[in-house]
Design a protein around this ligand. Structure first.
Ligand code: ADP
Ligand code: MG
Length: 465
């Protein structure tokens, strides 16, 4: 059962997070409604508690619905003194026969197997430059990444760090891994891809095992350090270490590439010095994927799928439909193609528009009608008729104010769900019969008065944009 729970955890958080945080979690006991788990360090315990306690519980409940509590403790042989992220005290553990001098020699020839972190985070072989589609929203990020990837050891570094940010699913991880693949094949440079979580875990683990010197020195031996999802870098000590690494690498002319979901200035949890150092290189934002780029990505996915499924084909009309309808991120585009592939394989049918519409219906975001506010109506109407908003709300009865006021009330009735009394209140406390009168008046006029009907149409368009 425990292994099934672990399996669930692994698939819900992903391999990388799983191996960083849960690989060393053990089951101690199950007592009716509570489960007792243990981890080797306090840091792991508090990390899992603050970030993953819901997840762990849900995974248990999926196997044992009666479980309603998870107790997490630190396993006994661990030093009680190892407070959260504080450097481990200089003492030797029974199971750790590794004197400091030895640790240093590891650094001279870093052996990845000795260091979780320095082994890097797993790379997806599909995320290369060859499969990255360039479009208006990512041209600059792509060019900069390409430049970084093609550099040689000792080349002058042009932008350092290269900082790429965007919303989720817009290709940051793809670009970073492409840099890593390209850098590791061909050149003699050492390129290391690490998620911020992995960096943190590697560093904290090295503190616990007193190998942080080795950790630091090995990192400083990297030619290109690639850090993904920097927004997840947590903890003062880890951040300080990241700052040192960043400074050391940049000062030594090594390249640093970073991706995050926001610009450096918005990484609130990060130290001001780190933020300004990050902002000091090249900061590139990747915009949401435009329709053309979405079409390009869909096409490249079809081409990729055809290497294994030669008979798979998606008509241009279907691709265009998908590119138009799926406004979400790159992951959904990939998902859409996978579904079409699965469906056409399983049913031995060619892909059609109807099939596509049916298969991807949950990925399509319905065009939400824009909620129009009464204030917006008043503002737009006032501007169009060159009066002020307070004129519209006032009791003035001059013709140049009365007509615009009626138009505004008419629009409020037809474009919002507000009731007549509510609209009256919002127009300077008028009676609902006044509003009704205005609505009828304008309704009657638009069918006869072409100028007025044009004005009303134009106002509607402005409000709906
Ligand atoms: P992020 O890290 O920004 O959240 P990812 O790099 O994980 O986004 O991209 C999500 C998915 O979309 C991946 O499958 C990726 O390959 C795909 N994708 C995003 N942008 C592109 C692109 N320009 N060309 C090809 N695939 C892309
Ligand atoms: Mg990513």
């Amino acid at each position: 059962r425990w292994s099934r729970v672990k399996g669930r955890l692994r698939s819900s958080v992903g391999e990388d997070v799983y191996s960083s945080w849960f690989a060393r979690m053990d089951l101690e006991a199950v007592q009716q409604e509570s489960v007792h788990l243990s981890v080797p360090t306090r840091f792991l315990k508090s990390w899992i508690q603050t970030h993953y306690s819901e997840k762990v519980l849900t995974c248990w409940q999926a196997e044992m619905p009666e479980v309603c509590r998870i107790d997490l403790t630190v396993r006994s042989p661990m030093r009680a003194a190892a407070t959260k992220e504080a450097p481990a005290p200089a003492e030797h553990r029974r199971d750790e026969h590794r004197p400091a001098a030895d640790a240093r020699s590891h650094a001279a020839a870093p052996a990845p197997s000795n260091h979780d972190a320095l082994g890097g985070s797993p790379l997806d072989p599909r995320l290369t430059f060859a499969s990255f589609v360039v479009g208006r929203s990512n041209t600059l990020a792509h060019a900069a990444a390409k430049q970084v990837a093609e550099g040689r050891r000792g080349d002058p570094v042009m932008f350092n760090p290269l900082y790429i940010h965007s919303g989720v699913g817009l290709g940051k991880t793809h670009l970073l891994q492409a840099v890593t693949w390209a850098g590791n094949s061909g050149t003699e440079r050492k390129v290391l891809y690490l998620t911020a979580e992995k960096f943190m875990y590697g560093f904290v683990a090295s503190l616990k095992t007193q190998t942080s010197l080795a950790f630091k020195e090995a990192l400083r031996g990297i030619d290109v350090l690639v850090i993904d999802d920097l927004q997840f870098l947590q903890g003062k000590t880890t951040q300080a270490e990241f700052c040192h690494t960043l400074n050391a690498l940049i000062d030594a002319g090594r390249q640093v590439v970073v991706a995050a979901d926001r610009p450096p200035a918005d990484l609130e949890s990060l130290d001001e010095r780190v933020r300004s150092r990050l902002a000091g290189g090249l900061v590139v934002e990747m915009a949401p994927l435009g329709e053309e780029l979405r079409l390009g990505i869909l096409k490249s996915r079809v081409v990729a799928a055809r290497t294994h499924h030669a008979s798979f084909d998606v008509p241009q009309s279907v691709l265009e439909y998908l590119a138009h309808a799926i406004t979400h991120n790159g992951r959904d585009l990939e998902g859409a193609i996978n579904r079409l592939l699965a469906h056409s394989k399983l049913n031995a049918q060619p892909v059609t528009l109807e099939m596509a519409e049916h298969e991807v219906r949950d990925l399509i975001r319905p065009q939400e009608p824009k909620r129009i506010k009464i204030e917006d109506i008043q503002r737009v109407v006032a501007r169009q008729y060159n009066v002020s908003r307070s004129d519209l709300l006032s009791s003035r009865r001059t013709a140049n104010v009365v007509r615009p006021r009626q138009v505004a009330m008419y629009l409020a009735k037809t474009l919002t769900l507000r009731s007549l009394p509510e609209i009256g209140r919002r127009f300077g406390g008028r009676d609902h019969t006044t509003v009704l009168h205005a609505v009828r008046k304008i309704e009657g006029l638009v069918s006869k008065d072409v100028t007025l009907s044009d004005e009303v149409e134009s106002l509607k368009r402005q409000l709906q944009e």
